[in-house]
Design a protein around this ligand. Structure first.
Ligand code: ADP
Ligand code: MG
Ligand code: MG
Length: 210
């Protein structure tokens, strides 16, 4: 029911916000190696604003909440990650029309990835957040539709897939975003955006497991 979903969503947003605050320095360190040392600070500013906004949204349905998350990330995060995370979240929120169900969660995940690729034009192997999100989305969908796993187990598999995706970014040469300016010097560093994606997914999973 809707109020249960709203509570779960707010709990997930609180957990993600706390995690990003905890890992702010780490994310910024990763970005200092191959970017401009602001990814942790950018996301932290964004999620603090998100938390404040959604806490004021009494009676909003899950779709409105997720749309607000996206809009707030667009306006507060800035950089490459703000419009990518925020724009995808905002567009994909349209899939949550009937609330959050197994089906709408798959549709959300697919719409999120599609929008991300449209906007950022990055593919797997370009050393971006796409390297974590793509295997996570495909694994989530496949685990439910082909392997008949319950959504919670599918989400756990998706998190594992994202983790492998993050590790996969280390040896890559970046071909999108600021890290691409470094050419071969980007090799050997973990992508900050893929790393924050993993953290966000881990917190969504932890919330769902509670
Ligand atoms: P900026 O690079 O503008 O300072 P951030 O530091 O907040 O922005 O975010 C950097 C992250 O954004 C990168 O680690 C990468 O994962 C992601 N990113 C950059 N460009 C793209 C793109 N075109 N498509 C997908 N993700 C991208
Ligand atoms: Mg940066
Ligand atoms: Mg920047």
């Amino acid at each position: 029911d809707e109020s249960v979903q709203r509570e779960a969503l707010l709990a997930a947003i609180e957990n993600v916000t706390a995690r990003i605050a905890d890992e702010k320095e780490y994310l910024t360190d990763l970005d200092s190696a191959i970017g401009d040392a602001d990814h942790g600070a950018n996301l932290n500013r964004g999620f603090q604003a998100v938390l404040k906004k959604v806490e004021e949204m009494d009676g909003a349905d899950p779709q409105e909440i997720v749309k607000t998350v996206g809009m707030t990330l667009i306006s507060e995060v800035g950089g490459a990650a703000g419009p990518l995370y925020g724009g995808s979240c905002m567009t994909a929120s349209q899939e949550l029309d009937g609330g959050i169900t197994t089906e709408t969660s798959i549709a959300f995940a697919e719409a999120f990835l599609e929008k991300l690729q449209d906007r950022g034009d990055a593919r797997v192997g370009d050393k971006t957040m796409v390297d974590a999100i793509t295997p996570a989305v495909h694994t989530y969908k496949k685990s439910i539709e082909q392997d008949d796993l319950p959504p919670l187990q599918a989400l756990a598999k998706a998190v594992d897939a994202a983790e492998r995706g993050v590790e996969f970014t280390v040896p890559l040469r970046a071909s999108k975003g600021r890290a691409s300016y470094l050419g071969w010097r980007s090799v050997g560093h973990q992508d900050p955006g893929a790393t924050s994606t993993l953290m966000i997914l881990e917190e969504i999973l932890a919330t769902a497991e509670e």
